[in-house]
Design a protein around this ligand. Structure first.
Ligand SMILES: [Zn+2]
Length: 348
């Protein structure tokens, strides 16, 4: 198993604003899941962010947009933000809270690209630039087939809109592309040299090309060009190993309705790590439903049903005081499928 690319950390503990910072191994890049209190993040970590995902704009999920901006100014930076319907206007209103009369005096530019996910695999996108005093620009409708918010060859982010007591709340998963590992010692044994043909081979595998496709292997040895033709299927068997990439998912602020469950499950399916809200104890299931939240037991059950490998419950309600530990215990018991921790019918 290759080392996992994603290195996620929960920022404020399970009781604080739910924020997950996802650092990447081997590259200067990070993702942010929700934008509540982020003061615990060192500025240098904030400057690694390329993409910020916001579930909805209740304060505990969006309050530190201004702080993020404060750290980005005044630098040359491009950053993408994603959120539910209405998100562009919420960003615009945050930006409108400040005066930008000196912006044109700076060389540096902060460039925000903001995307909203709507129903029916559609969305809206707009840009805001410091240089232009953060006026809304290039506002346009976009197609988001499969609800894919981002697919840059390295990661794919897929989202869903859940219902949070009448308010759309976005949940998402981030998947790393598959790994194609080439065994150097097998190449040696077969008398094959290395060269740019290996990246063509890797790409052919990732593209799912058929086994009988011919791959031309070319390399230089002692100044001479050597060349062999191989069937892709033979190379696949002899010199390659393909492993699935890592998947993480984030689901917060949603009730336990049938539709929410179906949408959340497909994001959670097969995730290595899932961050799921466990706001209330199951004894308070009525209150949870009233406020559009999951109980700890429901969170554990959802993650279990979806075949999640590791569940990280978060966003615990502060109302439990000293009993807060019970939320985690209840979520993990349901996740393991302990006796008495299940949900007899989906309605529960
Ligand atoms: Zn919340």
């Amino acid at each position: 198993m290759p080392r996992p690319l994603f290195q996620p950390i929960v920022l404020n503990g399970p009781q604080g604003d739910p924020v997950v910072y996802v650092d990447f191994l081997f590259s200067r890049r990070a993702l942010l899941f929700d934008l509540g209190n982020i003061r615990a993040l060192a500025p240098r970590k904030v400057l690694r962010l390329t993409d910020v995902f916001v579930s909805h704009t209740h304060m505990d999920h969006f309050t530190d947009f201004a702080w993020l901006l404060r750290l980005l100014l005044v630098r040359d930076i491009e950053i993408r933000l994603f959120g539910p319907p209405g998100f562009i206007r919420h960003v615009e209103c945050h930006l409108a809270a400040f005066e930008w009369n000196l912006a044109h005096k700076y060389e540096e530019d902060v460039h925000l690209t903001v995307t909203e996910l709507h129903a029916d695999e559609r969305g809206r996108r707009a840009e805001f630039r410091f240089r232009h005093r953060f006026a809304r620009e290039n506002d346009r409708a976009v197609d988001l087939p499969g609800n894919v918010l981002l697919d840059d060859g390295r990661i794919t982010v897929t989202a869903a809109l859940l219902d949070h007591q009448g308010l759309p709340s976005m949940a998402w998963s981030v998947e790393e592309g598959r790994h194609v590992n080439i065994w150097r010692n097998r190449l040696d044994e077969l008398g094959l040299g290395t060269g740019p043909w290996l990246s063509r081979l890797r790409q052919a595998v990732l593209d799912g090309r058929p086994d009988d496709e011919v791959i031309v292997a070319e390399w230089r040895r002692d100044g001479r060009l050597e060349r062999q033709e191989w069937r892709l299927g033979d190379l696949r068997r002899e010199v390659l190993r393909v492993t699935a990439g890592q998947k993480i998912a984030y689901v917060v602020d949603c009730g336990f309705s049938g539709e929410n469950r179906a949408r959340a499950s497909s994001l959670l399916a097969g995730a290595h790590t899932a961050f799921v809200e466990a706001a209330f104890l199951h004894e308070d299931a009525d209150r949870a439903e009233e406020r559009g939240h999951l109980t700890a037991r429901q969170a554990g059950w959802l993650a279990r049903e979806a075949g999640v490998e590791r569940l990280v419950p978060l966003h615990f309600s502060p109302r439990y005081g000293e009993r807060v530990g019970q939320l985690e215990t209840e979520a993990l018991a349901a996740f393991r499928g302990d006796e008495g921790s299940g949900l007899v019918s989906a309605r529960q």
